[in-house]
Write a protein that binds this ligand. Sequence first.
Ligand SMILES: N[C@@H](CCC(=O)N[C@@H](CS)C(=O)NCC(=O)O)C(=O)O
Length: 244
Amino acid sequence: MNVGMKLPSSTMPITMTYELYIGDRTFSSWSLRGWLMLEKFGLPYQAHMVGLYTGTMQADLAHLTPARTVPVMRTAEGYVLTDSLAMAETLAENHPNANLYPPDPAARALARSITAEMHSGFHALRSACPMMLNFCWQEFEVSQAVQQDLHRIEELWSLARTRHGSDGPWLFGAYSLADVFYAPVAMRMTAYGLPVSDASRAYVDAHLNDAAFLAWRKAAMKEVHEPFPYQLPLERKPWPGDRN
Ligand SMILES: N[C@@H](CCC(=O)N[C@@H](CS)C(=O)NCC(=O)O)C(=O)O
């Protein structure tokens, strides 16, 4: 905790928690990552909603220079982090005993690598299957490019689980930043019914049943988006665990 740190400006609100700025929970995959990296490790934060889908986002972020996207995090010292990976690395540095990355050096190297690969990659999957948590599409057609992304993701998940995951359901056994970054991938696999192995499906289920994610989704389902921004000409079926 940053207790006792000097604040750089007398006009800065005095708070010892992180200030987290996020967009709509239904759709903002990067916001979900930003929130999980605080919530799952018991770090103190206050969340603020930004008008990602209402057009007020740039005004809402104006006091957080140079932020242009969500999530944004402001530390107790007043430092502004404008990117999810920068936030993750800052939190890992500020809380070395919270095990945001696995403590074992070999596991940590792999966790950092696959986290960074997620952050910078999988563009086909991300653009064809925007995160949405309302319901599941049926018979979604998987392109070759999306299939290639899925193969690579499953390869990375399998490697992490085989080498380091025997002590729990997460990629490195205990929950880590790698799981934070792949949580929205699990949601895309769910929402679009993407074809994955049984082992990957079990990992996706761990995310779907995670108490923090369930709380996030409960709040998301109170949001209203009319018209629905990511329409597809496909039948829908309920999200796992929802009634018709
Ligand atoms: N590289 C950024 C990506 C953040 C991002 O693209 N966030 C989306 C919401 S999920 C956003 O703010 N989009 C609005 C825009 O690009 O104008 C990160 O890792 O935080």
